[in-house]
Design a protein around this ligand. Structure first.
Ligand code: COA
Length: 156
């Protein structure tokens, strides 16, 4: 599957079951529950959130998604995930490029994130997009306990 066979569009409530299915197949993805995703899609979500999916053009079914919160001028990338069978084809990069364009339009000038130090594919993606390490949070993650790398990218 190529990025050209996908549409990047806002996440909808009808996508949440598939989003949960994708996340459940990915041990390193954050495991939000259905209510958390549905709340994130509410325009009144506090903080404000932007949630998008990469959906197959043929059946409109998501193969990946990304969610950030926005407290302009700062945004936090909360999750990005691509279904295991669709990884390594540029979909994660396209998702984040679109997300950052939308965040920029909404007034963000900086995106930050935390990542497990062992999540090499995510760290590779973030570095590829220009993120730089700005810090380390000791023991930030539990189950298993692990440090977080803090990264940031100027998009303004
Ligand atoms: C991280 C993730 C979203 C990347 O998505 P993807 O569609 O496979 O990534 P892409 O194909 O767009 O790759 C873009 C860049 O990321 C980097 N990258 C991707 N996979 C990588 C890997 N396994 N190792 C190192 N770098 C990697 C590369 O720099 C790549 O650029 P290149 O193709 O020019 O070499 C995907 O691996 C995933 O869903 N992981 C599980 C969920 C997760 O851990 N999310 C992050 C925490 S929320």
């Amino acid at each position: 599957m190529k990025a050209s066979e996908l549409a990047i569009r806002p996440m909808r409530a009808a996508d949440v079951a598939r989003v949960l299915e994708i996340a459940s197949g990915l041990p390193t993805a954050p495991h939000w529950n259905e209510q958390t995703y549905l709340a994130a899609l509410e325009p009144s979500s506090t903080p404000r959130r932007i949630a998008i999916v990469a959906a197959e053009l043929t059946n409109d079914e998501p193969v990946g998604f990304a969610v950030s919160n926005l407290l302009a001028p700062q945004a936090e990338l909360e999750t990005v995930a691509v279904a295991a069978e669709a990884q390594g084809q540029g979909i994660g990069r396209v998702l984040l490029e679109r997300l950052f364009a939308e965040l920029r339009q909404a007034g963000a000038v900086e995106v930050f994130l935390e990542s497990r130090t062992s999540n090499l594919s995510a760290l590779g993606l973030y570095r590829r997009l220009g993120f730089r390490e700005t810090g380390n949070r000791s023991g930030y993650y539990t189950d298993p306990i692990e440090d977080a790398v803090v990264m940031s990218l100027t998009i303004g």
